[in-house]
Ligand binder design. Structure first.
Ligand code: PRT
Ligand code: ZN
Length: 210
């Protein structure tokens, strides 16, 4: 039996469950339960907050998991990634108030930036040779400039409509992300065999979709 951690409720949940179903794996999904067992494959599914998934997989509480690369890399656990999954595509971008003067990244020198992704943002600023003040906040990042908390933000964007409705303009793309399958690095031979079967099915599903 292998243990898979997926997001309990959020943007990854539905597509994660659909992928498992498309692999021909059946299970009963009650929204109240924290775990469920597949009926026709040696798989147990744990439902967790997405931020907790890389840590649980690294520690072996779960054997494998599905999470956004943005969360995985922010937590410094990119080495766990084994297969891109093609859904939940988004980007981590820097945005400034619509009316702000912005020519290039140097304009952020010594400015205040609000984000929930301090590590990814710091790595990008270092690469660009820009020193700025990063303020880590856990939510509602988009409103930080309008309440005077920051000059710019760095947040996840997909359609861009949240930025527009908060009077912000996307100026730099810091990181591109999609959902990935991750794995503990010390799986038993038996679990490795089950994982290989699962990955084979996932790859077949993805090929059929192309
Ligand atoms: O409760 P839990 O901690 O499990 O969930 P969460 O609230 O932390 O995460 P959730 O469900 O919002 O997102 C899970 C993952 O989905 C993220 O880590 C990304 O990998 C991916 N993803 C894809 C997104 C988006 N698209 C997205 N648009 N995550 C967040 N957003 C938010 C963004 O933060 C912003 O507020 O949507 C808004 C922007 O969307 P647009 O379409 O207006 O640009
Ligand atoms: Zn989260």
């Amino acid at each position: 039996m292998i243990r898979l951690a997926i997001q309990k409720s959020g943007r990854l949940s539905e597509d994660s469950l659909n992928l498992i179903r498309e692999c021909g794996i059946s299970f009963i999904n009650s929204s109240l339960k924290l775990k469920t067992e597949a009926t026709n494959f040696p798989l147990e599914i744990l439902f967790l907050r997405d931020d907790d998934i890389p840590g649980y997989v690294a520690d072996g509480v779960a054997d494998i998991g599905i999470v956004g690369e943005n969360v995985l890399v922010e937590e410094g656990k990119q080495q766990l990634s084994i297969q891109k999954l093609g859904f939940s595509k988004c980007r981590l971008s820097i945005a400034v108030p619509k009316a702000a003067e912005y020519r290039n990244i140097q304009d952020l020198q010594d400015k205040n930036l609000a984000t929930s992704y301090p590590n990814l943002l710091q790595a990008y600023l270092d690469e660009q040779g820009v020193k700025a003040h990063i303020h880590t906040i856990s939510g509602s990042v988009e409103i930080a400039p309008s309440i005077g908390l920051a000059d710019a933000i760095c947040d996840i964007v997909s359609s861009g409509s949240t930025l527009i409705s908060n009077g912000l303009r996307e100026v730099e793309s810091v990181f591109r992300s999609e959902a990935v399958l991750i794995s503990n690095q010390e799986l038993s031979a038996e679990k490795t065999r089950i994982l290989n079967q699962l990955v084979f099915r996932i790859q077949s599903v993805r090929k059929a979709q192309k």
